[in-house]
Design a protein around this ligand. Sequence first.
Ligand code: XMP
Length: 514
Amino acid sequence: MHTARSSKVLVLDFGAQYAQLIARRIREHHVFSEIVAHDITAERIREINPRAIVLSGGPKSVNVEGAPRVDPAIYQLGIPVLGICYGAQLVASDLGGEVSRRPSGEYGRVEFTLVERGDLAAGVPETSPVWMSHFDAVTRLPEGFRLLGSTPDAPCAAFEDPERQIYATQFHPEVEHTEQGWKFFDNFLHRVAKAEPIWTNFSIIEEAIESIRRQVGDAEVICALSGGVDSSVAAALVHRAIGDQLHCVFVDTGLMRAGEAETVETTFTDQFGIDLLSINASERFFSRLAGVTDPEAKRKIIGEHFIRIFEEAAAKYENAKFLVQGTLYPDVIESGTKTAARIKSHHNVGGLPEDMEFELVEPLRELFKDEVRAIGEELGLPEEIVWRQPFPGPGLAVRVVGEVTPDKVEIVRAADRIVAEEVAKASFDKRALWQSFAVLADIRSVGVMGDERSYAYPIVLRAVESSDAMTADWAKLPYDLLERISSRIVAEVAGVNRVVYDITSKPPATIEWE
Ligand code: XMP
């Protein structure tokens, strides 16, 4: 019988932006995959005995000094190899082919024209769009390889040597824009490598549980719960692994969405029986925020104050050596960019004190948001938690423009609840909808309600489509939905007499107003 492990695929990372995306695609084919550094030895690979090896892309040219290489003995292990982009060039250059600089590189979507289907391109149509990002290209194949297809500037865009079980694509099959990407992976994993499709969310959970247990042993662990998807799933997972060794701390800042604090308390205490210390700190936050109008100052106060409160709470768990964080893979990439200008100082419940002496437990570090949601569902977390939209760490404070007062937070919270309810009820395609929420502007305008003049705040409705929040389009919400939201907010939320819709994309605007 095969265990999940014997079906593992190793992804050798050459500094690709896409290594995790490759690992994720492999998981989607229900095969376990693990990313390792590119300089792993062939000997070590032989011990691990993976089902297949993938060489990822990377930013270098194979022809420059110091370009990362693989132990050439891996080609002799008899384990199927798939080289992608840089990996494909490496295969060609290591095995006697030629890689040269082309007059123009290819970036983005180009047309792939099939020459021969072979194994890797089995079932792929004559032409299909693929996603490219290269300057160099393979210009001569090593002996024994057959050409599967080309693109305008990559004469050898896909090739294989079925004898030695070595396969390569210059394009990125892992990227959605490569229309047949799924098929290329399917062919490589199942047809060539015969990896069994036995890896599921259930196995991901099992694997995570094992590794959490290995990491923490019988030590005590604490976790700052925010009520968001990531920290909730991380906590539930760690609890599944180590039970009572886990202690959760939930700081109610008074800046959460409607029902959020209650959901956290009932879910974690009543449903999961997790040891949860819930601290109602709203008064402390409001008093610190009094009179502060600058968005960055607000963010800073909340972030720092949160840390203080968490530190006080954590001090109660003297024996705790580990801290759980719900870091996801996209957080890992984003925090890797040192050159990006600071637009907003993000505060995550994850981004806790640097000087706290904890070892981190990050069970979601290799996963994407939708995978985390699927795991949350599998662990039995309620829908409100698993499917809630992303929410900034500083909470409703950055959705009240200007000074934050309890009254204003109450207004924006009530309006936000109406937005959430109406969006949930409405039937339109919500797949691309990233966030939809209310913002309270710091101005007032005149209205007429009943026969009375009113002079009250407007609510700004913000709804965006995005896949990663780096860029976003304002969402074209159906007019009847906008109408319902507007009438309900004005009718039900005291202090509001007008609703406006933000029709700006990101950039130039940001998603949140502060
Ligand atoms: P912006 O407003 O910068 O937001 O376009 C991008 C995404 O990040 C969320 N956001 C935050 N998330 N801590 C977080 O965890 C923060 O301080 C924070 N500020 C903004 C925002 O809701 C959007 O999804």
